[in-house]
Design a binder for this molecule. Structure first.
Ligand code: SF4
Length: 415
């Protein structure tokens, strides 16, 4: 039996949800990385009543519900629209994603830049806006980012990255370039970003196969746009700032993590009931939440990660069996059961099959379920930087019975 993998070709939204084995996946893209407590209550209620009782946090700072039935899909979307979580206009929801750092102060220049870019993306880069210019819609994986000055969000790999620099100028980097264009005003930076995105939308369709990410097009072509010709090039720090770990950060607020990036809806409901309805809870790309204030809240340790040394931060997992039809192993259960065996400063990603959905950029080791020649599932462990090399087979289901064996194998990987 072959271990065939089905690749889904787009990122889901609320108006273009993705069908999985366990129902529809409905994604909400937070505006400026922020949702109000009232909106979190709506999400928790919907998850408890009409989906799996979890709210998933993605590595792009989105939140999503899974397991929505066909019969409930329209009703769930209507409630998300009523709560201001999803645009009423499908075309706006299908505009390219504008991700935003959660590390800003209300009404500061970073938030203003993100709001300006988000408006421009809807007005000038939505499928209908591009169609009016005779262009096809941008691929759904194309994304724009407004980062913080320390550029902590670089690991998101956005196609266009903008930020307010320390000297109050505006930087614009194309893909993972180590150089950036500098602009004096936010409108100039946003105009340039929009024109590069439109250039990408037009140019990509002249190639076969059409690239889906800007990086691939830049390897073959260079944009010659008026918006870039007068902007000076500056060095862009491509090293990326470190992620903020769970705990209190005096400059930003309190970070709380969700094990495996999944928030139990009941736990979110409990948290939301302790805070005012108009308070913010922001979403990070590190599968955690930011309370941008020092709130005293009671958090159940079974559902929340509040300390930077929590071993659950050392593991991640895809959906896996039984919810994913392609999963050969219960990836999430395995990951949590093995977390205490993962050495500090290493990260184990558990994958239910070789597609490696939601693979963490900081994974150092991979535990993957595959089918052997006879069609029986087996687990294999290997280094993340040697994904195609021969890995160590582990008897199944012994992996969950012998965590000490896994611990030794993980240790041996780095000898
Ligand atoms: S990697 Fe995980 S979630 Fe993705 S298809 Fe395989 S089992 Fe499913």
């Amino acid at each position: 039996m072959t271990d065939s993998i089905k690749i889904q070709g787009w990122c889901p939204t609320a108006w273009q949800p993705m069908r999985a084995q366990d129902g529809w996946m409905v994604r909400v893209r937070p505006h400026c990385a922020s949702l109000s407590v009232a909106q979190w209550r709506v999400l928790a209620d919907l998850a408890l009543k009409h989906a799996h009782p979890q709210i998933e946090l993605t590595r792009l700072g989105n939140v999503q519900l899974r397991g929505v039935s066909q019969a409930q899909l329209d009703g769930v979307r209507a409630q998300l629209i009523a709560a201001g979580l999803v645009p009423e206009d499908a075309d706006a929801d299908l505009a390219p994603a504008v991700h935003c750092t959660p590390l800003y102060r209300r009404n500061d220049a970073t938030q203003a830049l993100a709001q300006l870019l988000a408006r421009a993306a809807v007005q000038r880069l939505s499928p209908q806006a591009l169609a009016r210019r005779g262009m096809a819609a941008l691929p759904s994986k194309f994304g724009l980012l407004v980062d913080d000055p320390a550029r902590r969000m670089q690991a998101m790999g956005a196609d266009l990255q903008l930020w307010v620099s320390a000297d109050q100028g505006y930087g614009l980097a194309l893909a993972d370039s180590t150089q950036a264009y500098r602009f004096a005003h936010p409108e100039e930076a946003v105009d340039a970003a929009v024109e590069i995105a439109a250039w990408f939308a037009a140019e990509r369709t002249t190639l076969v196969p059409a690239p889906t990410r800007l990086r691939a097009l830049l390897a073959q072509r260079t944009p010659q746009l008026p918006a870039l010709q007068t902007a000076p090039l500056i060095a862009a720090d491509a090293s990326g700032g470190a992620a903020l770990a769970p705990g209190l950060h005096s400059d930003h607020g309190r970070i709380i993590g969700a094990p495996l990036g999944r928030i139990a809806a009941a736990a979110m409901h409990e948290l939301a009931m302790q805070l005012p309805a108009d308070a913010e809870i922001r979403v990070t790309p590190w599968r955690s939440l930011l309370l941008p204030y020092d709130a005293v809240v009671a958090l159940d340790a079974a559902h929340w990660i509040t300390a930077p040394d929590d071993v659950r931060l050392r593991v991640s997992a895809c959906t896996g069996a039984p919810r994913c039809a392609q999963g050969h192993a219960p990836a999430q259960t395995l990951a949590l059961s093995l977390a205490a065996q993962v050495p500090p400063h290493t990260h184990l990603h558990v994958s239910g099959c070789a597609k490696f959905c939601a693979l963490s950029a900081d994974a150092t080791a991979l535990l993957v379920a595959r089918l052997d020649a006879g069609g029986a599932p087996r687990l294999a462990l290997g280094r993340a930087d040697q994904r195609n090399a021969a890995d160590t087979p582990i008897s199944w289901p012994a992996a969950s019975d012998a965590p000490a064996n896994i611990k030794k194998l993980l240790h041996d990987l780095y000898l």
